[in-house]
Each structure stands twice: as C-alpha cells, then as structure tokens.
Design a protein around this ligand. Structure first.
Ligand code: MF3
Ligand code: CO
Ligand code: CO
Length: 262
C-alpha cells in the first residue's frame, strides 16, 4: 500500500478545495426546507460550484454518477441521487455530500439536515454520528493508527446501541477523489497503518439506527439500510499536521477540537 504524502504546496491547494466544499454546504443550508426537491438542491449547488467558485463538482459523471451532489434521505445510507420528484417533507433527515475539485485537488464533506421536527431517535442518531466523527478526528496525529480511528467510532456508536456500516469507508484524497488508504469506521485499536504528517484523508462514518446491513437499489448507486431504518453520516477532509490535525472542510458553525472537551 502506498499512501501519498502531500507537500506544503499541495496542502495549500487542498485547503482551498476543502474551504470551497464547506462553503457550498453553508450556501445550501437556507434552501434545505420542506417543499424543496433534491433535484433543486442539486441544481443550486451545481451552479454555485461552477459559476461562483469556478470549480468542478466531482460526483458529476464520476463512475457514471448522474448528478453533482449526493442527497441521502432517511433510510438512504449514502450515494442518493438528487431527483426532481423527491420533495423534502416535515420529519425527513437528509445528508448532503459535496465534493469539489479546485486547481486539481479535491475537498469532500457532508452534513445532516433535519426538516421540520424529526423524531427523538432521529435527532439522537444524527448527534451520535457527528460525535463519532469528532471523536475520531480528535485522535488524529502522527503515529496514531487507522485501527484506533475505527475503534473509537465503533465503540462509541455501538455503545449508544446503533450500528456501523461496513461496506463503505473514508479514503485518502488529493488529486484523486478516492485513493489509499481506506479509512474504516470500525476495527481494533493499535492495528493498521500509522498516520504521518502530510497525509490527507476523509473520515465519514455511516451510523444506522438498526442493523448495519446495506442494500444497493437497482439504480446501482443508492445504498439503503436493509431493515429500512434510519441512517446518518457526516464527513470531513483532514490533513495530518506535525502535532495533530487540521480539518480542511470546517464550517463556521463548528467549534469542536478547540473549546469543547472530549
Ligand atoms: N462523496 C462521496 C464520498 O464521500 C462519494 C460520492 S461518489 C458519487 O466519498 F459518485 F456517488 F458521487
Ligand atoms: Co468521501
Ligand atoms: Co463525500
């Protein structure tokens, strides 16, 4: 396995791409309301990325994916395809996953949104998924191993009586959308690759309300929970620094890792 180490110049380009992906999530937030279709959200993000950011939406035509963002609602785990016919309604939960390419480098990030008043369990699932990602991010520094990251996510999520999706994982990222290493969201502490300064990768746990098993819909993209219960996901792109980490896709609403205790 060869994991690329980015130069300071490459990391600066990753910073720009990461910031643009985060800005796209911030831009779309006021539109994520009951009555809007996911097709419309896709169009607004596409136009913003292309026209305002002068960047490229990485999902469009990636391995044949037909749209510019992924929109995954309720029992959809990931890779949901935006659709003019799917209108958001009160109680829905939705993940919007944005990946932009700027100056040849990728920034990849996603967040959960709630429409109107979601159920108590939906709210808790979303919180646990986000907190599992934050717990993993806070571990990141040179010498820490990938198994430590997977273990902290699995231990926390399963301790909350939720389950961790196995079939999809985080990934190295740079000039290539998905590169080595694979960043599993489950595993054993003290195993796997040791992190080193200059590595760039995503952490993007998919946490299920019920069982962890997945099913792929006939469209060959949409991944759903086998038991049809809810799933939640959050994603950040980060770089390993000399002493820890830098989150390249941080939004202004976030303040973890600085003021908050573990
Ligand atoms: N953004 C997703 C990820 O986090 C990948 C989407 S691939 C697509 O890795 F083709 F579905 F867009
Ligand atoms: Co990703
Ligand atoms: Co993504």
């Amino acid at each position: 396995m060869t994991v690329s180490i980015k130069t300071p110049e490459q990391i600066e380009k990753m910073r720009t791409a990461g910031r643009m992906a985060a800005e796209t999530l911030e831009m779309i937030t006021p539109y994520v309301k009951a009555g809007v279709s996911t097709g419309e959200l896709n169009r607004i993000c596409h136009d913003y990325i292309v026209k305002e950011l002068d960047a490229i939406p990485a999902p469009l035509n990636y391995n044949g994916f037909p749209k510019s963002i992924c929109t995954s609602i309720n029992n959809v785990i990931c890779h949901g395809i935006p659709d003019e016919e799917r209108i958001l309604k009160d109680g829905d939960i939705i993940n919007i996953d944005v990946t932009v390419i700027k100056d040849g480098f990728h920034g990849d990030t996603s967040k959960m949104f709630t429409i109107g008043k979601p159920s108590v369990v939906a709210t808790r699932l979303i919180h646990v998924a986000q907190e599992s990602m934050y717990k993993a991010i806070r571990l990141v520094k040179p010498g820490v191993r990938l198994g430590d990251i997977g273990a902290v996510i699995q231990k926390y999520a399963e301790g909350e009586r939720f389950s961790v999706v196995r079939e999809y994982c985080g990934h190295g990222i740079g000039e290539v959308f998905h590169e080595e290493p694979q960043v599993l969201h489950y595993g054993k502490a003290n195993t796997g690759l040791k992190l080193a300064q200059g590595m760039t990768f995503t952490i993007e746990p998919m946490i299920n309300q019920g069982r962890r098993e997945t099913r792929l819909l006939p469209d060959k993209w949409t991944v759903v929970t086998k038991d049809r219960k809810l799933s939640a996901q959050w994603e950040h792109t980060l770089v390993v620094t000399e002493t820890g980490y830098e989150v390249l896709t941080l939004r202004s609403e976030e303040n973890f890792g600085r003021t908050e205790a573990d």
